[in-house]
Each structure stands twice: as structure tokens, then as C-alpha cells.
Design a protein around this ligand. Sequence first.
Ligand code: FPP
Ligand code: MG
Length: 330
Amino acid sequence: MSWNPALVTDEIDADFASSVSDFIEEIEERLVEIAKADTAFASEAAGHIIASGGKRFRPLIVVTASFLGQAKRQDVINAALVVELTHAASLYHDDVMDEAPMRRGVPSANQLWGNLAAILAGDLLFSRASAAVIKLGMEYVKVQTATFARLVQGQLSETVGPTPQDDPLEHYLKVVADKTGSLIATSALFGGMVAKLPQEQLTALAKFGEEIGILFQLSDDIIDITSDEAGKKPGADLRAKIPTLPILLLRKDAREEDQKLRELLSGDLSDDAALANVLDLLRQNWCMEAARLEVQARSALARSYLEPLPDGHAKRALEALCDAVATRTT
Ligand code: FPP
Ligand code: MG
């Protein structure tokens, strides 16, 4: 496994990229190893999501941030394992909750073996993440515990949805921060902690990670509408009535001229022609530009958090990541 092509830019030094890739390859091997359990079935179930690939975005952040200082190789790897195992564990549970038949292009664990086995496979990975974080020490355990709480609370808030008193857009942004931002914030923070960076820089890294995590989801929201059939199938979130940034902006602004579009969005989109029509209208609507501006502003904010960090390849790679995530199309 090398750098995800979507995240590689010319701005990154080739030797630096290759050092990061070495780490990611080792982490990949360790992930496969660590998912093994005491029966063939448990190993297969717990290894399923890891074997199906993934961007390894969280390990990438840990490793890159660790190059901001001096870190022990084993600590970097352990920290990356903690965040990727936690992420993979949460995906098993997420697929059960979403009743998702597929994940990363292959049938989900719940589809293959049922909900109970899928939940337990996730729990097994979570126990592995716990074992790895203990090796790093109590400071890391504290961060991991708080992150776990945020992941679960984010998922809970999403499940119950906003109350009538809540602003749906603010509710959504909080869910995204908790569900996605929190673990990416921890990835950046862990990278800085293993590199023994001073507190001010650790705080900066955590803020950067949180923001780039939110950014990652919001750029995904735009891709749901803009992607063509060759890439990710467009409109999946629209059809499933999953809230996304452009739609929440459209509803919040409540413009008279968008009344028809808002009604169409609330209606049945199971028909391919109905979905294509709504996608067409949305692509020409102001809400897409507004969503892009929001993503650009957040990318600039994520970049600004990097200011207190020491200059060098690692900082430049993190800066390039802000642009790459904001402009990604897949
Ligand atoms: C993907 O959601 C899911 C998450 C980012 C986190 C979900 C968190 C939990 C289920 C609670 C934590 C549980 C453990 C064991 C750590 P999505 O449905 O928005 O994205 P998708 O398109 O990838 O499914
Ligand atoms: Mg899901």
C-alpha cells in the first residue's frame, strides 16, 4: 500500500513520501496480523474490513505528523494501529446500523454472516485497539477513551436526529465533528505525541486533524452530487435521505425559487429518472457553490492550524493534504 493516489501531490518530496510509504506498508502487514483470532471464522470475520482495503487515511496522518519530531518507529506503528483498528471496528457497527449490504466494493460482514457476528467482529478489533493503546501509555489511553465516547455520541446524535429546537445544519456539523473529526484529530495528535512535540503544537495538530476530518466528510457530500457514473454512483445520499451540506444549506436559506426543488428532494427518489432530474437541478443551484466555498474556507482554516508546527517535509505534506482533501473528486 502506498500513498493514496488521490492524496499525492507534486508538492511532496519523493524521499519523504517513500519513508511514509514504508511505514504504511508495515502498518498494513501488522493490521492483517493483529486481526487474527483463535478460530478460522473469527479471523476471517475480524479481518474482513481490513482485507477489503481502504484509504488508510488515519495511519497516513499519524505517520506524517510523527515526522514533525523524533519518534520511535514502534510507537508510530502502534499509534497508527490504534486509530485504524478503531476506525475499522466502528465500520462493522456502522454497517449493521445502516443495514449496508456492501462496504469497499465487497459484501459487508453483516451481509455475509449476520448482524451478531458483524458486531462481535467489530468488538474484537476494538479489543485489539485497546491492547495497542495500552502499550503507548496512560496519556494515550485517556485520549482514546474520550475519542471513543465522541464516536459513539456522534453516531447516537445522528441516529436520533435534530430536535425541533436544533438547527439541522449545526446538528449535522456536530455529528460530523464527533463521528469523523474526532478520530482524525486523535490521529494527528497521536502522531505529534509519539514525536514528543510541545503542548502548543499538539493542540494545533488536534485542531488541524478535527478540521481536516470534517473537511473530508463535507467534500464527500459534494461528490455525492457532482460525481459522474464512472466514479462513485451519484445521488446515493440523496436517495437515502442522508443529510449533506448542499441540501442543508438549501433548506436553511429557504429561498422561494427553490421551493419545487426542496419538495422534489423530500419526495420519492427511488426512480432513476427522478434522481437524475434532481441531480441536474442541484448541479445548477447556488447551494453547490455555497458548499464549495464552505469547504474552501475550512481547508484554509485547517491549513492555518499548522502554522505553529516546525517547517519541513512533514508540515508541507500536511498542508498539501488540506488542498488535496478540499479538491478531491473521488
Ligand atoms: C461511517 O459513517 C461511520 C463512522 C465514521 C463512525 C461510526 C461510529 C460508531 C458506529 C460508534 C463507534 C463504535 C466502535 C466499536 C469504535 P457513514 O455511514 O456516514 O459512512 P459510510 O458511508 O462509510 O458508511
Ligand atoms: Mg454507513
